[in-house]
Design a protein around this ligand. Sequence first.
Ligand SMILES: [Zn+2]
Length: 422
Amino acid sequence: MVLKAFKFRLYPTDDQERAFARTFGAVRYIYNWGLDLTKAKWDHIEVMRYSWGGDFRTCDMEMVATMKNWELKDKSKDGYPTPLNHKQRSAMLTHELKKEEPWLNEVADKPLRYALRNLDQAYQNFFRRCKTNDKNPKKPKKDEAPGFPSFKSRKSNQSFQVQGENVRLDEDAGFVSLPKIEKISIRLHRRVTGTIKTTTVSRTKSGKYYISFQVDDGLELPPLKPVRSATAIGIDVGLSTFVTTSDGEKINGITPFRNSMTRLAVLQKRASRKEVRSQNWKKAQRKVAIVYEKIANQRRDFQHKLSRRLVDDHSAIFVEDLNIAGMIKNHTLAKSISDAAWYQFIQQLSYKASWAGKTFAKIDRWEPSSKTCSSCGYKVKDMPLSTREWNCPSCGSLHDRDINAAINIKNAGLNLLHTNAI
Ligand SMILES: [Zn+2]
């Protein structure tokens, strides 16, 4: 089973746009409501547990009585108390909240249930993190904020989700129907093959609507094809050159976007001079968002084409394992954009390779790929970043720094493969 994502632009009518806006708002409201409910009780339990663990006689009697009545039997899998579980929250939504807040009945019910599911997932992740952090405080999963689930603000992503069975896609007519929002015009640039599992509707900051389907194609991943050394490739990523290959190819990814980057900087400066939340400020923000999306689209398009070509042309692809944690900390905008670009690009290579039955592997970044001569294996002690070309003192080969590194990455990958370490 392989999950694939399909993303398409939506063209809602004014009425549908209003329905989307109501749904985005309601979903956020439900998420925050559920979080607030549980957070209040969670804090209460923490206070209780703390008092209980302390000196019994210092607790006031009212607290002790509450403690006794509290159902502490209800525990999550990890042994942490769950003051309210998903089922209870869902029941409260039906029997209490919808009666207190009748406007919630104007939006479809399914996205609200999905929001509660997401909240439950956020709690489960929180409990899991608490548990991992007890044993191994340095190892949260990547992209995870360590704390308690947080409230969603108006500034959060405008989106909602429903399960696949609640979606009807009419590919011939070019419509998609969601609960309570029927026949939304959709631009389908490729056919959706497989069973839709999850559907996400989102609105970008510049006001465009997208729908993405997570689809199970019902197929198994193809078996890995044999690797030949001649068609294997090593890839070195860098700041000045986006990608350098062991075949000696250098591909720039950043230069084509420089115009847009300049425009972005100008617009951001303009936006910063407007009075915050004024009409002009909003207009300026929208312009910034449009250019930002344009840059992101150009980059995605470029990366998809490049990763497709590299996977099609090679039997195995080896890259250096990037230090993502170190990357996130860096400062300049240009650098953080290019870091994100590498990360996305490497993910694309990885999944495209696995669908095509090609080998893909990351090489330990501590292998001295830049400082080793790819011809004779001699290791140079120092290699300042400014050195772009060098002569091997042992065999005399002239090396381009990045191409030499890419060849070493390829050789390390082939070595791993031969020792069955992949
Ligand atoms: Zn050498």
